[in-house]
Design a protein around this ligand. Structure first.
Ligand SMILES: CC(C)(COP(=O)(O)OP(=O)(O)OC[C@H]1O[C@@H](n2cnc3c(N)ncnc32)[C@H](O)[C@@H]1OP(=O)(O)O)[C@@H](O)C(=O)NCCC(=O)NCCS
Length: 192
C-alpha cells in the first residue's frame, strides 16, 4: 500500500542552534537516526566514531551546538521538525581528511553539504531539494564562496538510507557542476 503524503501548508528552515536542540532530538528520534549516528559520522574519524557509540555521537553534536556552532539546517513542516541538512567548512569533517574517495580535490576553501535526513513521514515530496536550496541560501548569507557535495547518481529506486548525501540530479538542478569523479562518485561544486 502506498503511504499518503502528509499535506504541508508551510515550510520553514532554521539553522540548528542551542535553542532548537530539542527539535533536532525530536527529528532524529530516540535512536539518533541511522543506527545512532546523530550526524556525527563525518565529524569523527572511524576510530572515534566506533569508540564513541551513539551516546558519544549525540554528545559531540550537542556540545558543538551549545558552543555556538550551527552544524546544519532543520526544515519544519507546519512547525514540526521534518528534515535536516548538514553543512560545514570541509576542515570540520575529520573523516574527509583521510578519505581517498572524498578527500579534497584541490586546496580551495570549500563548505561541504554532507548529509540529509528527512523524517520518513515527509519523504518523496521534494524536501531534499528545498533543504538544498535553504543550505545554498544560508551559505551565501555567511559569505561562503564555494559549496561542495558528493551525492549519488541514482537510477531507479535505491535504499533511502544509502542516499544520505543526496541525489546528484537535484544538485545539478540547483546549478552544481561536476568537478571530479572518484570511482562512481561525482564531486560537485557550486560557486556562490
Ligand atoms: C534520501 C532522502 C534525503 C531523499 O529525500 P526526499 O525529500 O524524500 O527526496 P525528494 O522528494 O526531494 O526527491 C529528490 C529526488 O530523489 C529521488 N528519490 C528520493 N528517494 C529515493 C529513493 N529511495 N530511491 C530513488 N530515488 C529517490 C526522487 O525521486 C527525486 O528525484 P528527481 O529529482 O529525479 O525527481 C531521504 O529519503 C532520506 O532522508 N533518507 C534517509 C537518509 C539518512 O538515513 N540520513 C541519515 C544518515 S545518518
Amino acid at each position: 500500500m502506498v503511504k499518503k503524503a502528509i499535506q504541508v501548508n508551510y515550510w520553514e528552515f532554521h539553522p540548528l542552534t542551542a535553542a532548537r536542540w530539542d527539535d533536532f532530538e525530536i527529528l532524529f528520534g530516540p535512536n539518533g537516526a541511522c543506527a545512532g549516528c546523530w550526524c556525527a559520522w563525518f565529524l569523527m574519524t572511524n576510530r572515534e566514531y566506533t569508540e564513541a557509540k551513539k551516546e558519544g555521537h549525540k554528545e559531540l553534536v550537542r556540545t558543538l551546538v551549545h558552543s555556538g556552532v550551527e552544524p546544519g539546517i532543520i526544515a519544519y513542516a507546519d512547525g514540526v521538525p521534518a528534515g535536516w541538512v548538514a553543512l560545514a567548512p570541509r576542515e570540520r569533517y575529520k573523516r574527509l581528511a583521510t578519505s581517498k574517495q572524498l578527500g579534497a580535490v584541490d586546496d580551495k576553501p570549500v563548505w561541504v553539504i554532507s548529509c540529509f535526513f528527512i523524517h520518513r513521514d515527509y519523504r518523496r515530496q521534494g524536501l531534499m531539494e528545498k533543504l538544498l536550496a535553504a543550505a545554498v541560501q544560508y551559505a551565501r548569507g555567511l559569505g561562503v564562496k564555494t559549496l561542495e557535495a558528493f551525492p549519488l547518481d541514482v537510477e531507479g529506486k535505491m535504499s533511502s538510507i544509502q542516499m544520505y548525501t543526496g541525489k546528484s540530479s537535484v544538485f545539478y538542478k540547483l546549478g552544481f557542476n561536476e568537478v571530479a569523479r572518484r570511482n562512481y562518485r561525482p564531486i560537485l561544486r557550486l560557486e556562490l
